[in-house]
Design a protein around this ligand. Sequence first.
Ligand SMILES: Cc1cc2nc3c(=O)[nH]c(=O)nc-3n(C[C@H](O)[C@H](O)[C@H](O)COP(=O)(O)O)c2cc1C
Length: 150
Amino acid sequence: MAHIHIVVGSTLGAAEYVAEHIADQLTAAGHTHQLHNRATLHELSLTAHDVLLVVTSTHGAGDIPDNLKPFAEALATQHPDFSEVYFSVVALGDSNYDTFCEGGKYIQRLLEQCHAKQLADRFDIDVTSHDLPEDAADIWLRNWIPLLAP
Ligand SMILES: Cc1cc2nc3c(=O)[nH]c(=O)nc-3n(C[C@H](O)[C@H](O)[C@H](O)COP(=O)(O)O)c2cc1C
């Protein structure tokens, strides 16, 4: 059983719904989780073998949502040692923007700079191709959940 910290970046609610859906699927698969809608480094208190899953949309001109900014700023300024942390990123975006899923890409770069280890390639959900982004997440989860510690 793994413990997954799900960090949400959402402005209009779509990424939040995806995160909640993933949380339900993780519970069904026998894993535990915590959802963080306005994550801070202090609140996360990651321990070795915990998994960090960031589910974020992109807004503005390639920006992360406001509720993810405190976490991103802490990563950028405090450079916590995440060398024992595994992470994945699920990014929601609209492929009509040049800055497609740039928010998810930015968080990935920050986590890599903190030496976190990526558990799987970032998963980008193009909301123009999926009426329900949760359906895309389900397909991704089929491969991702088996990567978690039993
Ligand atoms: C004002 C605005 C700006 C956006 N900018 C981007 C962008 O730069 N890149 C991108 O991939 N998607 C962009 N999007 C699309 C959103 O990321 C997408 O609609 C996503 O599903 C929103 O998720 P949320 O409801 O969790 O915020 C933008 C959407 C809006 C409304």
